[in-house]
Design a protein. Structure first.
Length: 123
């Protein structure tokens, strides 16, 4: 579907989940193809339900973050955003979208003839 789109500065896939892959090919088996297409893959992790306790939640998030960094996210500027449970999913999604939509800071070197026009005349 991305190949059917017009020219874009960046093509990004977003993956959200609360666990490791459990259906289809392992992410390592498709990474080379995604890289060849010039894609960026970002992830949004969702921690376990708080009924399991904070220590287990933080442990699970640490494990999933390492998994996503190793096998899921890729490409320039790829990142993982974390939601501490489904109750924080909306806020995490907003953070992720803002980060993805931030315009890169760009500047240009002005040609020498334009710089000369801005310099005060010698006296």
């Amino acid at each position: 579907m991305l190949a059917q789109q017009g020219e874009c500065r960046k093509h990004t896939l977003d993956l959200s989940g609360d666990g490791k892959h459990n259906l289809g090919p392992h992410p390592r088996d498709v990474q080379a193809n995604l890289i060849a297409q010039g894609l960026t893959v970002n992830g949004l992790l969702i921690g376990t339900d708080p009924r399991f306790g904070q220590n287990r939640r933080y442990g699970q998030i640490g494990e999933l973050s390492a998994y996503y960094r190793a096998w899921v996210i890729l490409g320039p500027g790829a990142f993982v955003e974390v939601a501490l449970g489904f109750e924080e999913y909306e806020q995490a999604m907003v953070r992720k979208l803002r980060r993805e939509l931030e315009a890169p800071a760009m500047s240009a070197i002005r040609p020498a003839h334009r710089l000369a026009l801005r310099r005060p005349a010698p006296q």
